[in-house]
Design a binder for this molecule. Structure first.
Ligand code: CMP
Length: 142
């Protein structure tokens, strides 16, 4: 996985409002290649586990409610230095603070309903990719 793969989720706000195609196209235009993708509706248990690192934060319950409010679209993306590149491409957590041209500036509603998730390290990218996909579902260079 190291270096060239990351995990993203088009969140329920963006998916429900029909922005999945636009966001995916935006990322592809920036050189990200889709290496795995699925559409799913997270259960309470899945959302709670995925965001367990935030369990003590005041927004945890609300975040889990939001992430189970409708379908979402996890994807594994490939690009050189993918984790850092995707975090630049999506912009700050709060769309009000995101740079022009970033996914969150273009498509997000608020700090919580912020359209897209991106892994924050190579280790978390590998762990999060395996949360949603088996190894055989991820396309690798050959
Ligand atoms: P993400 O970076 O994908 O993962 C953690 C999520 O928690 C974040 O996106 C937001 O959706 C949400 N989040 C982070 N900080 C806050 C906050 N202060 N209030 C509400 N939601 C938040």
């Amino acid at each position: 996985m190291a270096g060239d793969y990351t995990l993203t989720i088009i969140k329920p706000d963006a998916f429900n409002s029909g922005k999945a195609g636009k966001i995916t196209a935006h990322l592809e235009q920036q050189g990200f290649k889709i290496r795995a993708a699925r559409v799913m509706h997270l259960t309470d248990a899945e959302a709670g586990e995925f965001y367990a690192v935030h369990r003590e934060r005041p927004f945890y319950a609300s975040l889990c409610n939001f992430m189970t409010s409708g379908p979402c679209m996890p994807m594994v993306l490939e690009k050189t230095d993918a984790v850092a590149a995707l975090r630049v491409a999506i912009g700050a957590t709060d769309p009000a603070e995101a740079d022009a041209g970033t996914v969150r500036k273009l498509f997000a509603e608020s700090k919580e309903r912020n359209a897209i998730h991106a892994s924050d390290s190579d280790d978390n990218a590998a762990r999060e990719a395996r949360f949603f996909f088996s190894e055989s579902e991820i396309i690798r260079a050959r």
